[in-house]
Ligand binder design. Structure first.
Ligand code: NAD
Length: 370
C-alpha cells in the first residue's frame, strides 16, 4: 500500500523522513493525531529489513500512542519515531544530536522519548538539540526509568480484572505467569509477591531470572512452557505478539494483563478469540500506560508520587473497559478503542475553541498552546 493510502486508512496527519549523510541518520517520524495535544511517543532503533517495514512500524506505533494517551486521560496526541540502524553498533552522539535537530524542527508538534533500542543516554544527546524530549535522567531533572510506574499500572489493572472475574481484587494465593524478567517484570513481581501471589516466571536469559530471584520467590519456567502454565493470570511482559494462533489454544488462563506492547499478533482476530473463550484480556495499551503517564509527568515538572497516583487510575479505566465490553458484548480490545475514539472526538473537539491560555505549566507548558 502507498504511504498516502496507509495514512488515510489509519488517519495519520504527517510522516517525516529524515536523512543525513554526515551522521548516517535515516529516521522516520510519524504523527498520528494531535487533536488532544502534541504527539508524544518514543524513538525506536532497529535494523528494519526495508524502509517500508520501518514506515509501517512507525505508523502502527504512533496510532497506538494516540489511543493510549486518549484512554489514559492525557492531553497528548500520538507520535512515534523509528531510526533505521543497529542499536548495538550504530549509536553515537552525532546520530542522536542530528535526530534531535529534526525533532526540534517540528517545533513541539512531536515530543520524543526512549523506546526499544534507545535509552536515557541517547535522549540526553537529543536533549542537547531540542527541548522536545522527555524520559531523560533524574540527574538532569528528568523522570528516569519509567518501569516502576508502568509496573504499578499493570498491577492495578490486573487487580481490576480480578475484581471483575472473581468478585475480589485480592491476588493473594492467585497463580500468575509472568513472561519476561526485565525492568517492568521486576517491579511487577515485587507487587505480586508482596501481596502473596504465586509467581511463575520465564526469560530467555538465565541471568535476568537470577537477578529477579534475589528479591522474590518464584517458580522458573522454560520460555515455551509459560503458555501452558497452570496459572489463572498471564502477564506478557517480554516482547510483543506472544498471543497468537499457536499460543491461544494452550491457555488455561482466566485473565491476561501484562506490560508488553502489541501483545496480540492480530488485534481484531485474537481479541475476539480471547473474548469467545471467556478469557478476560486487559488491552495492552490500557494497562501499560504507566510509562506514558510517567514521561508525560516530566513535562509538567516530574514527581514520582504524582505519576504513581495517576497510574492508579488505570484500575478504574480497566473497570470501565470491562463494563463497556460486557454491556455491548464486544471484546475488551474493541471497547477500549471505542472509549479512546469517543474522547478524541469529544475532547479533541473542544480544543478548536481558543482559550488563550495553556492548561500546562512547567518545562514544556507552552506546547499545549495551539
Ligand atoms: P526489558 O527489555 O527490560 O525486559 C524484557 C524481558 O523480556 C527481557 O529480559 C528479555 O530477555 C525477555 N524476553 C524477550 N523475549 C522473551 C521471550 N520470548 N520469552 C521470555 N522472555 C523474553 O523491557 P521492559 O522495559 O521490562 O519492557 C517489557 C515490555 O513492556 C516491552 O514490550 C516494552 O515495550 C513494554 N513496555 C515497557 C514500558 C516501560 O516502562 N519499560 C512501558 C510500556 C510498555
Amino acid at each position: 500500500m502507498e504511504n498516502f493510502e496507509l495514512m488515510e486508512k489509519y488517519g495519520h496527519e504527517q510522516i517525516i523522513f529524515c536523512s543525513n549523510q554526515e551522521s548516517g541518520l535515516r529516521a522516520i517520524i510519524a504523527i498520528h493525531d494531535t487533536s488532544l495535544g502534541p504527539a508524544l511517543g518514543g524513538t525506536r532503533m532497529m535494523n528494519y529489513e526495508t524502509v517500508d517495514d520501518a514506515v509501517r512500524d512507525a505508523l502502527r506505533l504512533s496510532r497506538t500512542m494516540t489511543y493510549k494517551s486518549a484512554v489514559a486521560g492525557l492531553n497528548f496526541g500520538g507520535g512515534k519515531a523509528v531510526i533505521i540502524g543497529d542499536a548495538e553498533k550504530d549509536k553515537n552522539e552525532l546520530l542522536f544530536r542530528t535526530f534531535g535537530k529534526y525533532v526540534d524542527g517540528l517545533a513541539g508538534r512531536y515530543i520524543t522519548a526512549e523506546d526499544v533500542g534507545t535509552d536515557v543516554k541517547d535522549m540526553e544527546y537529543v536533549r542537547m538539540e531540542t527541548k522536545y524530549v522527555t524520559g531523560i535522567s533524574k540527574a538532569i531533572g528528568g523522570s528516569g526509568d519509567p518501569s516502576p510506574v508502568t509496573a504499578y499500572g499493570v498491577y492495578v489493572g490486573m487487580k481490576a480484572c480480578a475484581k471483575a472475574k472473581w468478585g475480589s481484587d485480592s491476588l493473594r494465593g492467585r497463580k500468575v505467569a509472568v513472561q519476561g524478567a526485565g525492568h517492568v517484570s521486576r517491579y511487577l513481581c515485587e507487587h505480586l509477591y508482596n501481596e502473596g501471589a504465586e509467581i511463575y516466571v520465564t526469560d530467555i536469559y538465565e541471568e535476568k531470572l537470577k537477578q529477579l530471584l534475589e528479591t522474590i520467590k518464584a517458580h522458573i519456567v522454560k520460555p515455551d512452557e509459560i503458555y501452558e502454565t497452570d496459572a489463572e493470570i498471564f502477564a506478557p511482559s517480554g516482547l510483543g505478539q506472544s498471543i497468537n494462533d499457536s499460543t491461544i489454544p494452550k491457555f488455561k488462563f482466566e485473565i491476561i494483563a501484562g506490560a508488553a506492547n502489541n501483545q496480540l499478533e492480530d488485534e481484531t482476530k485474537h481479541g475476539s478469540l480471547l473474548h469467545e473463550k471467556g478469557i478476560l484480556y486487559a488491552p495492552d495499551y490500557v494497562v501499560n500506560a504507566g510509562g506514558l503517564i510517567n514521561v508525560a509527568n516530566e513535562l509538567e515538572g516530574y514527581r514520582q508520587d504524582r505519576a504513581m497516583k495517576q497510574a492508579e487510575s488505570i484500575y478504574e479505566i480497566v473497570q470501565n473497559v470491562i463494563k463497556v465490553s460486557k454491556e455491548e458484548n464486544i471484546p475488551t480490545t474493541v471497547a477500549s478503542n471505542r472509549i479512546a475514539e469517543k474522547r478524541l472526538k469529544n475532547i479533541g473537539g473542544i480544543r478548536k475553541i481558543y482559550s488563550g491560555d495553556s492548561k500546562f505549566s512547567g518545562r514544556l507548558g507552552e506546547l499545549a498552546r495551539r
